[in-house]
Design a protein around this ligand. Structure first.
Ligand code: PMP
Length: 442
């Protein structure tokens, strides 16, 4: 018996008694190959990070060249060209008022930084009583305790309630089961009333609102209209509350624009980016913010206003070099425009196979994401009993058939690397519908 010393993430380890692990050996483009040479389409871009395929030669070269020059260096009191270039490029992609970049090394760490910057701003400007954050139902911002305290999905938080900071949960949009009986294309975001009420009644104790713009990923690929963000920006500004956009999953083209916020035409106070920034090769994240927030920390040292926050691998040169090359690919290959036709094909391929299935509640897409919510009865939108683990069974079947097509509850989703071809999209959609019929019948 092989030793099992590794405790895998987001996994009930007992499941491994029944289902083994994929033993990844190599990757190329959209495929992962196991030690026996069997291929799997990486339909989820390895947790939403990969943009330009595994073992991408351009990014591999950029990392290798950087590794032979300077692999890492402390980032306090030291700077380097890959970080400087990346910071300038990121700022150039942001709305005009976003001008400062703070590097961290994973998404959750960026969320923690943004929270501390928002509250640090309050402390440094005499508003220490504004010490709470507002977040949305179905939102997700990471696993560390601060980030988890902004998670609107009980599955992830329930166990840890007693050790998390207490923040304020606002009922957010739920377009598939809209309580106002409206549709995504025909609504005035009536659901904003919940957030509006909280901000009206409690603004004096609130420092910031944190949301995933347009698409709540881990909460079940729930998409909501840009109008909600417009209202949120207007209302937070009116009450002097910061707006923090978590673009960790939505950023770098995933929702059809470079950043989701562009579709609402808003400027937040703080933005978190990570995941796709290195095209899924190395961990890196950043918080981008305004001169106003930056300025609140800028003072003589003895005023004790500095942002004394650090991570060992902050601004890692290899990761920064990978990120600069990622942005070069966006520019050289006109990725945002080229993606449009492929994303439309993805939607069509999924619709063609799934629309007639009796358990399809909704097929929804946004940019380069397509998600199918499976229900026990589409007429009532009644979900399956969660204990049946329907989505999980489908995932298992898809793995057997050669696709890493993960589920979130009973939502099966397609979020492949952008380098996927139309033929490969068709192949993936074929595997997906076959896996669904394996589990649920025709
Ligand atoms: N925010 C969002 C929107 C995410 O999807 C994730 C990761 N799934 C995170 C934050 C946390 O990032 P990380 O896993 O790198 O800590």
């Amino acid at each position: 018996m092989e030793r099992q010393t590794i405790w895998h993430p987001c996994t009930q380890m007992k499941d491994l008694e029944q289902y083994g692990l994929i033993r990844a050996h190599s990757g190329k483009g959209i495929y992962i190959y196991d030690e026996q040479g069997k291929s799997y389409i990486d339909a989820v871009s390895s947790w939403w990070v990969n943009l330009f395929g595994h073992a991408n030669p351009r990014i591999a070269r950029a990392i290798a060249e950087q590794a032979s020059q300077l692999e890492h260096v402390i980032f306090a009191g030291v700077t380097h060209e890959p970080a400087r270039r990346l910071a300038d490029r990121l700022v150039d992609l942001m709305p005009e008022d976003i001008s400062r970049v703070f590097f961290a090394d994973n998404g959750s760490a960026a969320v923690e930084c943004a929270m501390k910057m928002s509250y640090g701003y309050r402390r440094n400007t005499g508003q220490a009583e504004r010490n709470r954050f507002v977040y949305l139902t179905n939102g997700y911002h990471g696993e560390t305790l601060g980030a988890l305290s902004l998670c609107g999905e009980d599955l992830y938080t329930e166990l840890y309630g007693p050790i998390m900071p207490r923040n304020i949960r606002a009922q957010g949009p739920d377009c598939f089961r809209c309580p106002y009986g409206r549709t995504r294309d025909d609504c005035a975001c009536e659901c904003f009333e919940h957030m509006e009420r909280i901000l009206e009644e409690q603004a004096s104790e609130i420092t910031a609102v944190m949301v995933e713009p347009l698409a709540q990923f881990a909460g079940g690929f729930k998409f909501y209209p840009p109008l909600y963000l417009k209202k949120l920006r207007e209302c937070t500004a009116r009450h002097g509350v910061h707006l923090i956009l978590d673009e960790i999953a939505t950023g770098f083209g995933r929702t059809g624009t470079m950043f989701a916020m562009e579709q609402a035409g808003i400027t937040p106070d703080l933005v978190c980016v990570s995941k796709g920034v290195t095209s899924g090769t190395l961990p890196l994240s950043a918080v981008l913010t305004t001169d106003e927030i930056y300025g609140a920390f800028y003072a003589d040292y003895t005023e004790m206003k500095a942002f004394l926050h650090s991570h060992s691998y902050t601004g890692n040169p290899l990761a920064c070099a990978a990120a600069v090359e990622t942005l070069n690919i966006f520019r050289d290959d006109d990725v945002i425009n080229v993606n449009r036709a492929k994303a439309a094909h993805l939607r069509k391929a999924v619709e063609a196979r799934f629309a007639g299935h009796p358990n399809v509640g909704e097929i929804r897409s946004l940019g380069f994401i397509c998600a199918v919510e499976l229900v026990s009865d589409p007429a009532t939108k009644e979900p399956f009993d969660w204990k049946a683990r329907t989505g999980y069974q489908i995932y298992r079947k898809a793995v057997e058939r050669g696709a890493l097509l993960r589920n979130l509850g009973d939502v099966v989703y397609f979020l492949p690397p952008y380098v996927i071809t139309e033929e490969q999209i068709d192949e993936l959609a074929d595997i997906a519908i076959a896996s669904v019929t394996d589990v649920l019948g025709e």
